[in-house]
Design a protein around this ligand. Sequence first.
Ligand code: ASP
Length: 322
Amino acid sequence: MRNIAFAVAAFATLPALAAYPEKPVTLVVPFAAGGPTDKVARDLAEVLRKGLHNQIVVIENVGGAGGTLGAAKVAKAAPDGYTLLLHHIGMATAPALYRNLPFKVLTDFEYLGMINEVPMTLVGRSSLPANNWAELRKWIDANKGKINLANAGLGAASHLCGLLFQQAMDVDMTTVPYKGTAPAMTDLLGGQVDLMCDQTTNTTGQIASGKIKAFAVTTSKRLSTPGLTNLPTLDESGLKGFNVTIWHGMYAPKGTPKAVIDTVNAALKAALKDPEFIKREEALGAVVVTDRRTDPVEHKKFVEAEIAKWGPAIKAAGQYAD
Ligand code: ASP
């Protein structure tokens, strides 16, 4: 009798796994709603569900501490496929920035595949007296010690870019951290902060409307995105070697069953081929990943390489938290 009960219980769990997901899936975005990471997550969620039995993918914004609060939440969540994480380059920079990071990037997560790569723009409030890079440089030199630089917290893409920018310019700015660059953008629009380095997915529309000023792009090549083609690179503008591109990927808590990982990865790969999704990403300057980094193994290898790449640069810039 006990054996029968055991067999029934064992079988009862099988269809549940095979049917994954059988309820909405929560996708944690470790930044505020309306920002660049949130935008990619919401666009992706719409197409992702097609590969997830049409279950709703619910976005949960857990902003704060440069993305590390949201990542920590997912690292500790039940490994059942119902709590996933969408995060960016912060996965690779946080280990160098935090002495006591509450999760281990390489061992506390299952890797689900990469999503996109996004250039950044150096933007400023519309009331700045400078109208181009040369004028901005002069304004920065004339206003040393008085300039505010917004970011989305220690570990955010805007933080990394701002850190490297200050180092390359050899100038210290007062950094103002927000829970994401969506609220930071609100303050930039209101003129409360002077400058910000942010992803094109968050700045393209505001630049086009003339509500903020754009001075340069952070990639090694100029962009072909409409509205951004005339912006110089920081590299050609005298900050030799400046090259920052942001990337996003998906993660699950360590121990998530292989069948779930395979299902989410297949749904992600299908979503990345969706023409509407590709079009929306491209219009905002982002490039959808199509190479082998959409495979979990290659995704993880890429993150390892990024940790090795950014760690020394961050330590050289001498900034970290506890
Ligand atoms: N990705 C952040 C956001 O969505 C911004 C950042 O990392 O700078 O707000």
